[in-house]
Design a protein around this ligand. Structure first.
Ligand SMILES: [Zn+2]
Length: 352
C-alpha cells in the first residue's frame, strides 16, 4: 500500500456539530440529501491557469493526476469572503473532489461532504469530470482557540496539536451519481476522519471504500491573506503493479517532504508527476483546465421555493414582502419580489 503523505496543515485544530437552518439553496442537514439545485455537466465558464494533468505508466499499472489550482482557490475564497483557514479548507476540499472526479466517467458527478470537529464544521463540494467544481465551507462562529481554555481539564474531547489534523474528527462522505441517459444507483462511500488531515483521510477513503491503494497530497499555501500556491496529486496502484514498483513510487513521494514548499517552488503538474514517477515511464492522458462553475438560476430558485410549501411562502409574503435567496455554492443572491411569491403560491395551490 502506498504511504500517506503530505498535505500538512497543522496550524489550527477544530471541533463541532452542525446546526444551521436557512432557506438558502444547497444546504443540507443530512449527509447526502439530493441537492435541490442539481448541477449539470456544463463546460467551464472561464479559463484560468488552473488545470489537472492525468497520466498512466506505460505498463498501465500505476496512474496519477496532479492539480495546479492557485487561481481557482483564490477565486473561491473571494467569492465567499473566506478567512485564511477557510480558504485552506475549501481549497483542500475542492482539489480533493476534483481528484475523485478525475477518475470518473463523463456523466458522473462527485459530491464531497466533510463534517469535521474543528473550526471548519462542514465542507460541501461538487466536482465533475469536465473539470468544473463549486463548494463552500461553514466555519465555526467562534474559533476553537477562543474557548478552548475554558474547557475543564478533564473535559477536553479533542486534541489540538500534531496528533489530529485541522479537520478534527468527523466523517468524510463521497457520493458519485450519474446523470443523463446513464442514470443508475449512486455510489456512496463514507469513512471516518481518522487523522484530521484531508490528504491522509482521502487515502483511507480510497483504501477502504474503493479498495485502491492510493497516495494523496493536498496543499494550499497562503501569504498575506492571498493564495500563494495550491496543488494536489493522486497516485494509484492498479492491478498488475508489483510491490517493488509501488515501493519505488512511494519513496519518490516521500522525497517531496513538504508539498507546500514544493508547489511554492514549482507547481507545474507535469513536474510533480515527473518527480513522482521518475524512472517509471508514463504517458500523459489528459490536460484539462479547471474552473468554478455554479448552475444556480432563477428557475432553480423558484423550484426550491415551491418546495418550502404554501404556508411558508405565505409567511414570507406577509412578513418580508418577498424573499431573499442565497446560493451557498457561489454566494449569488436572488431577490424574489412579492408578485413572484404570489404567483408561486397560486401555482402551488393550483397543482395541489
Ligand atoms: Zn450558485
Amino acid at each position: 500500500m502506498l504511504a500517506y503523505p503530505l498535505g500538512k496543515r497543522q496550524e489550527v485544530a477544530f471541533l463541532g456539530s452542525l446546526v444551521r437552518r436557512t432557506c438558502a439553496i444547497g444546504q443540507h442537514n443530512s449527509a447526502h440529501s439530493p441537492h435541490p439545485l442539481t448541477p449539470t455537466c456544463a463546460m467551464p465558464s472561464s479559463m484560468g491557469t488552473s488545470k489537472w494533468i492525468k497520466c498512466i505508466s506505460t505498463q498501465g499499472n500505476i496512474r496519477g493526476v496532479a492539480i495546479e489550482a492557485k487561481d481557482l482557490v483564490q477565486q473561491a475564497a473571494d467569492q465567499h469572503g473566506l478567512s485564511e483557514a477557510g480558504t485552506r479548507a475549501l481549497g483542500e476540499a475542492l482539489m480533493g473532489a476534483l481528484l475523485i472526479a478525475s477518475n470518473c466517467k463523463d456523466q458522473e458527478r462527485v459530491n464531497l461532504n466533510i463534517r469535521g470537529s474543528g473550526n471548519i464544521l462542514q465542507a460541501l463540494v461538487d466536482a465533475h469530470p469536465n473539470g468544473t467544481t463549486r463548494g463552500y465551507v461553514i466555519e465555526r462562529e467562534r474559533p476553537l482557540e477562543e474557548f478552548a481554555p475554558d474547557l475543564p481539564e478533564d473535559g477536553v474531547v479533542f486534541e489540538i496539536g500534531p496528533k489530529i489534523g485541522p479537520w478534527g474528527e468527523g466523517l468524510l462522505s463521497v457520493l458519485r451519481t450519474k446523470s443523463g441517459h446513464e442514470k443508475g444507483q449512486p455510489y456512496i462511500g463514507t469513512v471516518p476522519l481518522v487523522t484530521g488531515h484531508l490528504a491522509k483521510d482521502l487515502t483511507f477513503y480510497w483504501a477502504q471504500s474503493e479498495q485502491i491503494p492510493s497516495s494523496v497530497g493536498l496543499a494550499v499555501e497562503m501569504k498575506d491573506g492571498r493564495v500563494l500556491a495550491a496543488g494536489a496529486f493522486l497516485v494509484q496502484a492498479l492491478p498488475g503493479a508489483t510491490p517493488s514498483e509501488i515501493q519505488m513510487i512511494e519513496s519518490h513521494i516521500q522525497e517531496i517532504h513538504s508539498l507546500s514548499r514544493r508547489i511554492v517552488e514549482n507547481s507545474d503538474p507535469i513536474q510533480i508527476l515527473s518527480q513522482i514517477f521518475q524512472s517509471t515511464a508514463f504517458v500523459m492522458l489528459e490536460e484539462r483546465p479547471l474552473s468554478l462553475h455554479c448552475d444556480c438560476s432563477w428557475d432553480r430558485v423558484k423550484r426550491a421555493l415551491t418546495l418550502v410549501g404554501v404556508a411558508e411562502l405565505q409567511s414570507m409574503l406577509a412578513e418580508d414582502k418577498g424573499a431573499s435567496v442565497l446560493c451557498d455554492f457561489c454566494s449569488k443572491k436572488y431577490e424574489v419580489s412579492a408578485e413572484e411569491i404570489t404567483a408561486l403560491i397560486s401555482r402551488a395551490k393550483g397543482e395541489s
